[in-house]
Design a protein around this ligand. Structure first.
Ligand SMILES: NC(=O)c1ccc[n+]([C@@H]2O[C@H](COP(=O)([O-])OP(=O)(O)OC[C@H]3O[C@@H](n4cnc5c(N)ncnc54)[C@H](OP(=O)(O)O)[C@@H]3O)[C@@H](O)[C@H]2O)c1
Length: 276
């Protein structure tokens, strides 16, 4: 059974090199999909208060028959709960829904610069980590400027930034800025959900050359780019395929051909996007 190799975060904890996305699964689907994914070798699961599936994700983790400490469970703070006290309260609600004693990775879902409370939320995240309620803290959809501000005002850097990233939007500049600060990158919509990336001629040519699926070569592109992709699927065959990307290598030419599009986002721009 393949499992993903592990990265070490700046706080010393381990982060598997590939994880399972769970949006838009509901509780029942998430429970099945997570338990099945863990049985296939997944050890990293992504959720969020706003996905409304934390209860299912938690049940799937506990039903999986693998020691709890081997699985990295992620959830995220919703925009409606930004602020110091609100973040502490929101975390408790997430933990209760998950049905877990601790959360491995807790992220601020979006920066919401107009609300301008992400620094207060960040101070609460730091406290949660100090108390041991959370193992690692991070952010999602933060620009380099948002992270600079966290560092300036709190002195604490996130361990992870989960960002939109795929060959149509490779985020080279932001990734370089994060790498310089020792912040790990997770990629959301790694397969380019909502686009025709998996039909792309260059992707298909590389897939044929390696006798792999288009999804596998795209996920391999993430791994070799140093990012942790979080492909979503509840389908057992696709879950297996998506994890089986650690036994082949793309060369430089293939890496470049997969990501040769004019970069464009599929999701919201964090400088303006609001999600509560
Ligand atoms: N932080 C954020 O703001 C944010 C935003 C968006 C997403 N996320 C996270 O990132 C995760 C992944 O992103 P995403 O769900 O948007 O997009 P994605 O993983 O790029 O794409 C998911 C789509 O690809 C299909 N798929 C999966 N494996 C496949 C394969 N091997 N071959 C062909 N098709 C395949 C899935 O279909 P089936 O389901 O039918 O298999 C689904 O339609 C989410 O689930 C969520 O956990 C985070």
């Amino acid at each position: 059974m393949p499992t993903a190799p592990l990265h070490t975060l700046d706080d010393g904890t381990a982060l598997p090199a590939l994880g399972l996305g769970t949006y838009p699964m509901d509780d029942a689907e998430a429970e099945r999909a997570v338990a099945q994914a863990v049985a296939h070798g997944y050890r990293l699961v992504d959720s969020a208060a706003n996905y409304r599936n934390e209860a299912g994700v938690g049940r799937g983790v506990l039903a999986a028959g693998v020691p709890r400490e081997e699985i990295v469970v992620t959830t995220k703070l919703p925009g409606r709960d930004h602020g110091y006290e609100q973040t502490l309260r929101s975390f408790e609600q997430s933990r209760k829904r998950l049905g877990l004693d601790y959360v491995d990775l807790y992220l601020i879902h979006w920066p919401l610069p107009r609300v301008d409370a992400y620094v207060d939320s960040w101070r609460a995240m730091v406290k949660l980590r100090e108390e041991g309620a959370v193992r690692s803290i991070g952010v999602s959809n933060f620009t380099a400027e948002h992270i600079d501000r966290l560092e300036r005002e709190t002195g604490v850097l996130p361990s992870v930034n989960q960002i939109e990233m795929h060959p149509l939007f490779p985020q080279a500049e932001l990734r370089a800025a994060l790498a310089a600060k020792g912040i790990a990158v997770e990629s959301w919509s790694p397969l380019g959900r909502g686009s025709d990336l998996l039909e792309d001629r260059a992707v298909r040519a590389v897939a044929r050359a390696h006798e792999r699926t288009p999804a596998q070569v795209v996920l391999r592109w993430h791994v070799q780019s140093g990012a942790v992709p979080l492909p979503k699927s509840a389908d057992p065959g696709r879950q297996r395929d998506n994890l089986a990307v650690f036994d082949f290598t793309l060369d430089e030419r293939e890496m470049a051909s997969i990501a040769s599009h004019t970069p464009h986002r599929l999701g919201g721009d964090p400088r303006h996007h609001e999600e509560f």
